[in-house]
Ligand binder design. Sequence first.
Ligand SMILES: Nc1nc2c(ncn2[C@@H]2O[C@H](COP(=O)(O)OP(=O)(O)O)[C@@H](O)[C@H]2O)c(=O)[nH]1
Ligand SMILES: [Mg+2]
Length: 219
Amino acid sequence: MSINNNNNNNNNNNECFMLVLSSPSGAGKTALANKLLEIDNSFKLSVSVTTRTPRKGEINGEDYFFVSNEEFSRMIKNNELLEFANVFSNKYGTKTELVNNALINGKNVLFDIDWQGVKQLKDNLKISDQLVTVFILPPSLSELNRRLKNRALDSEETLKKRMLEAEKEISHWVDYDYVIINDDFEKCFNKLNSIVNAEKLKKFRQKNLEKFTTFLKFK
Ligand SMILES: Nc1nc2c(ncn2[C@@H]2O[C@H](COP(=O)(O)OP(=O)(O)O)[C@@H](O)[C@H]2O)c(=O)[nH]1
Ligand SMILES: [Mg+2]
């Protein structure tokens, strides 16, 4: 399942990175991801495969690739998924080919996946520097409950289940590189953007830095 398994890595641009956003549902991750994709064209979204039914307004191939259980199992068997997990009784997975193509084309890849997916990416990636993980926390559980209610996507029972799932998901924040509390969308987005800009400035991600060493007398 490693991204480098089937691919010799010479093609991968070592300066590109994989940015993962995780959060419990309702913490604002999708809005943050959309804004990042809108303002920063160095990113390509890893559109996941899922067995969940599309919500109103969701577009196949844009929000998710919506597939049957059989198709999902076929993809696992065929080694087409870089990672996969069960979330909230549905299956979700990342398409290896999509991620590889983006990296080969010099794009950073943005992921909206849960902690189980992050764990698999970490275990399988040969270049651990390539993965940057960000956990988005809601300001509080009561605020999360309020946001989920406002979203009005769920029945009362589902809402309760989502809150339980949220608490479980939140317990994994310690395993991430960065944590942002989403109390205000603009502030939160600026913080995310700072992370992105700092990651881009890491010396191993900057091409052509060697030329500066030629000016130095002492090496
Ligand atoms: N491991 C993994 N998790 C995913 C993937 N795609 C989505 N998820 C996670 O599945 C959860 C449910 O996503 P979704 O059905 O869109 O509902 P949401 O909670 O309202 O965003 C979220 O935590 C996503 O981050 C994937 O490809 N792999
Ligand atoms: Mg989502």
